[in-house]
Design a protein around this ligand. Structure first.
Ligand SMILES: Cc1cc2nc3c(=O)[nH]c(=O)nc-3n(C[C@H](O)[C@H](O)[C@H](O)COP(=O)(O)OP(=O)(O)OC[C@H]3O[C@@H](n4cnc5c(N)ncnc54)[C@H](O)[C@@H]3O)c2cc1C
Length: 312
């Protein structure tokens, strides 16, 4: 079986793209490793009409919509991809190889957390990164910001919108300059110099931050700035790599989602690190439409060539 499109990654970008391609009467396969980025979160916010839906329910509904339009789904990891004449093939971790005319890569990204004990345990619960995902639930609480770069100073000012109890732990961040120090003083943001030794977790909850001198500062929420690295494992075998940027790595593409490798398209967090669930889903639809037009032009060129050959 040769598919029109294999979608690698079944998060909001991939599922939305697969639904659009199914509705365009394309034969589509979604291969998904089953580890969406937001899996640790209780609910998805800022997705109009689906506020608070659990990631598991959201993905199950998305997969059902793909199937409703004839799409196939496999739970597996794509380890590599290759060109085979006019086709592209993907190889799964179990060794299976599947062919398609085009690939839509929607593999998302990995949040690499600062190396501080306790963060991973509470990631997506009280250890958070995105105010639009978690800020409302953290409103009015004792918030800490773990400094890892100059961005952390910006995060401290931002999270002040949701609570008047914000402490910036400098850790690996530079000390505020005079202007920033004045801004923090004006907004009542405390700045704690020195290293953080661990996030204190008791009874399955974050309760504070332990400094390297042993002092514990009680905190209910800890904001971090993960390094955002593209899940690009299958791509180097096609000659496509993720590019370094200020936030981590991402696969560079045209606004249409077309990459520099013919036949390979990308959407969602793998190429746009700031995309939320709703914007990843929108990108999946947008790129699927561009990709479908590319297939229409390919179908048309083949039909014209066939007509010419028949007339000869
Ligand atoms: C803790 C947390 C909470 C969040 N809360 C919100 C929120 O409330 N609202 C919001 O809008 N956004 C939220 N986000 C952001 C949201 O998770 C992303 O915007 C969204 O997941 C991006 O969708 P995507 O389809 O690009 O990638 P993903 O959702 O990460 O999906 C990628 C899929 O590809 C699969 N995959 C990866 N590599 C392979 C491979 N080689 N082969 C096969 N499959 C592969 C993965 O297993 C995964 O299922 C949150 C993020 C985090 C970390």
């Amino acid at each position: 079986m040769t598919y029109d499109v294999i979608v690698i990654g079944g998060g909001p970008a991939g599922l939305s793209g697969a639904v659009a391609l199914g509705r365009a009467l394309r034969k589509v396969l979604v291969v998904d490793a089953g580890s969406p980025r937001n899996a640790p979160a209780e609910g998805i916010h800022n997705y109009l009409t689906h506020d608070g839906i659990s990631p598991a329910r959201f993905h199950a509904a998305g997969r059902a919509e793909v199937e409703r339009y004839g799409g196939d789904l496999i739970e597996a990891t794509v380890t590599s991809a290759a060109r085979d004449g006019d086709l592209l093939t993907v190889t799964l971790a179990d060794g299976r190889t599947i062919a398609a005319r085009r690939l839509l890569v929607t593999t998302g990204l990995t949040d690499e957390l600062p190396r501080v004990p306790g963060l991973r345990e509470r990631w997506g619960r009280e250890v958070v990164h995105c105010p639009y995902c978690h800020g409302y639930e953290a409103r009015g609480r004792a918030i800490g910001v773990l400094g890892s770069s100059p961005l952390s100073l910006h995060q401290a000012l931002m999270w002040r919108q949701w609570s008047d109890d914000v402490t910036l732990f400098l850790h690996d961040a530079p000390a505020p300059d005079a202007e920033q120090a004045e801004q923090f003083a004006a907004r009542g943001i405390s700045v704690v110099p020195g290293k953080v030794a661990e996030a204190v977790v008791e009874d399955d909850r974050l309760t504070g931050v332990r400094l390297s001198d042993g002092t514990v500062v009680p905190r209910e929420v800890l904001v971090v700035a993960p390094r955002l690295t593209a899940n690009a494992e299958p791509l180097p075998s096609l000659g496509l790599t993720a590019t370094e940027n200020d936030f981590g790595t991402a696969v560079v593409a045209e606004p249409s989602g077309r990459t520099e490798v013919p036949g390979v398209w990308v959407a969602g967090n793998v190429t746009d690190q700031m995309a939320q669930v709703i914007s990843s889903a929108a990108a999946g639809l947008h790129v699927a439409a561009q990709l479908n037009m590319d297939l229409i032009m390919d179908d048309t060129a083949r039909a014209v060539a066939g007509l010419a050959a028949a007339g000869r």
